[in-house]
Write a protein that binds this ligand. Structure first.
Ligand SMILES: Cc1cc2nc3c(=O)[nH]c(=O)nc-3n(C[C@H](O)[C@H](O)[C@H](O)COP(=O)(O)OP(=O)(O)OC[C@H]3O[C@@H](n4cnc5c(N)ncnc54)[C@H](O)[C@@H]3O)c2cc1C
Length: 298
């Protein structure tokens, strides 16, 4: 353990070591993963923990594997790893797409999936994605382990259900195969390192033979305190794929924006912008021919 800038610093190399220290330590603790959010908060004095524990060097918290039809991701896995991991690209593509669109290369090399969840930003890019993937989050402290759906972990802007000494250890979700397509779209400002002004994630199950959608999961971010799913829209998308589906998608997303942020400064802009994201999403999921005039996805 070393002293730094008024707090103690500990860098365990196993989860066991970490949990033993957490059990013994009498004072406030902050877990440090990539540090892309936490370091800023420490510098600004927004957080003043007695102990900072670096979780980035613990092998159990790092990497992706498949087991019994689920993808398991260690909480300290970085966006760069997620963006190119073959299992994520093949069986959870929307997460790879979100990871590729986060911040700058430096941020992607440091920032982690666990940090994105724990920060609970309304605009966190992986949060709508994990909602449509129906991800479960595993939390652990010295007293035990619990596994909760993300919707229960997220409690508001910057707020989660984590207790002060609780660590996110992993994220898992059922693999997407057998007819599933998925995608992520985001609207930021022109600078590469900005957080999203709107983000949109989708998982769709397509029955190619009958040219229909048999299951739809849609979630949006940056429209409220936390990202959220859109059950009415999801229900309406199920059925035969027809030329009017994009209009329905755009109209119901616009209605979502109206209901979520009516009267806010950003409302007129976001209700137009979401239609563009809807179109991008259709091209992403179904190809250029799915939108009027056809175009490439970019
Ligand atoms: C320039 C810049 C650009 C950014 N762009 C984006 C963007 O495009 N999209 C986006 O979503 N975000 C963006 N962010 C925000 C940030 O990069 C992400 O939220 C990232 O996921 C945070 O992860 P981290 O590993 O760096 O977390 P850290 O900074 O290490 O930690 C963040 C918080 O989570 C807690 N924490 C971390 N790991 C755990 C764990 N395993 N268990 C419990 N608590 C934990 C920490 O204690 C802290 O409270 C950006 C940030 C910057 C500075």
């Amino acid at each position: 353990m070393t002293e730094y800038n008024g707090y103690s610093f500990f860098g365990p190399s196993t989860l066991k070591e970490l949990l033993e220290e957490v059990a013994l330590f009498d004072g406030s603790i902050a877990f440090l993963a990539g540090g892309t959010d936490l370091i800023i908060e420490l510098k600004k004095g927004k957080k003043k923990p007695h102990l900072v524990i670096d979780v980035s060097q613990i092998p159990e918290l790092n990497g992706v594997h498949e087991e019994n039809g689920f993808l398991h991701i260690g909480s300290a896995t970085t966006f760069s790893q997620l963006a190119r991991h073959p299992l994520i690209v093949e069986k959870g593509l929307c997460l790879a797409q979100a990871a590729r669109k986060i911040g700058s290369e430096q941020i992607r090399n440091r920032g982690t999936l666990g940090g994105n969840i724990a920060s609970a930003s309304p605009a966190g890019d992986c949060l709508p994605v994990l909602l449509v993937l129906e991800a479960m989050i595993t939390l652990q402290n010295p007293d035990g382990v619990r596994r909760l759906p993300l919707s229960q972990v997220l409690q508001g802007s910057g707020r989660t259900c984590l207790t002060p000494n609780e660590l996110i250890t992993g994220i898992d979700f059922p693999v997407l195969d057998g007819g599933y397509v998925s995608g992520f779209e985001k609207l930021g400002s022109r600078t590469a390192v900005t957080v999203a002004k709107l983000n949109l994630a989708a998982v769709i199950k397509v029955d190619q033979e009958n040219h229909s959608i048999t299951e739809a999961r849609i979630a949006v971010g940056a429209l409220g305190e936390t990202a959220f799913r859109l059950p009415d829209l999801e229900q309406n998308l199920v059925g035969e794929i027809n030329p009017f589906l994009l209009h329905l998608f755009e109209d119901m997303l616009t209605e979502t924006v109206d209901n979520a942020i009516s009267g806010r400064y950003s409302h007129p802009y976001k209700r137009e912008a979401i239609r563009g994201l809807a179109e991008d999403m259709f091209v992403n999921l179904f190809g250029a021919s799915s939108v009027p005039g056809g175009r490439t996805h970019g």
